[in-house]
Design a protein around this ligand. Structure first.
Ligand SMILES: O=P(O)(O)OP(=O)(O)OP(=O)(O)OC[C@H]1O[C@@H](n2cnc3c(O)ncnc32)[C@H](O)[C@@H]1O
Ligand SMILES: [Mg+2]
Length: 205
């Protein structure tokens, strides 16, 4: 599928995600173009599961550009909130993509909980579709476990990164730096799987 210099559209309007996806996809010899460069508007994310929304976004971008597409649907599932905000992570506080408001709401929701009650997982579902009606899209899923801090720490990354504490790193996702995050994150794990499958595709002709 990923023949040399094939063009793919990255079906995301999130600048933080796009930067990470580009760096994670550097292993594939493909030209990646953000959907915003084609004026593709955000798709309506009506799915119940991450994979539903990733499929919706990939098909939407492929349909409007005529190119193969890669989409990411991701979010934070907090144990004490029974998996919320989950697929609603981007609009947890009401306004889509208002990271500061989302983080403030999360801090308030977990107020008073002890560290061992603050477990959470970042999920990332990636979908690669060869076209809008591809009957066999490639799907990958990565999970990254950590703990929600009582207050933000660090300036790197995006979204919930300043609240996501990773014990083994002794750092929040916003403190560890892009290179480290891109080695161990939910998105890194999903992308390794996706790249593996796309490479397999090449070999299968
Ligand atoms: O749908 P697109 O256009 O890709 O962009 P989006 O920002 O709406 O993305 P999602 O619908 O997948 O929502 C993901 C939410 O989870 C957050 N999130 C996902 N990955 C993250 C990461 O690596 N670090 C911090 N927050 C993350 C992100 O900030 C959003 O609030
Ligand atoms: Mg979205």
């Amino acid at each position: 599928m990923a023949s040399p210099r094939q063009r793919w559209v990255l079906a995301s309007g999130n600048a933080g995600k796009l930067e990470e996806m580009r760096s994670l996809l550097a292993a594939l010899d493909i030209e990646l173009v953000a959907q915003t460069e084609f004026d593709v508007p955000d798709a309506e994310e009506t799915g119940i599961a991450f994979v539903d929304n990733a499929l919706i976004k990939a098909r939407h971008a492929a349909a409007l550009t005529g190119l193969p597409a890669i989409a990411d649907d991701s979010g934070l599932a907090v144990d004490a909130l029974n998996g919320a905000p989950g697929v609603y992570s981007a609009r947890y506080a009401g306004t889509h993509g208002d990271d500061a408001a989302n983080n403030a709401k999360l801090v308030a929701a977990l107020e008073g909980l002890a560290p061992e009650q603050r477990g959470a997982a970042f999920h990332c579902c990636l979908v690669a579709t060869r076209g809008a009606s591809d009957p066999v899209p490639v799907i990958a899923h990565g999970v990254w476990r950590g703990r929600v801090l009582e207050a933000p720490r660090g300036d790197c990354g995006f979204g919930y990164d300043p609240l996501f504490w990773v014990d083994e790193e002794n750092a929040s996702a916003a403190e560890m730096g892009a290179a480290r995050k891109n080695a161990i994150s939910h998105r890194a794990r999903a992308m390794r799987q996706l790249v593996e499958q796309l490479r397999g595709d090449d070999h299968n002709g």
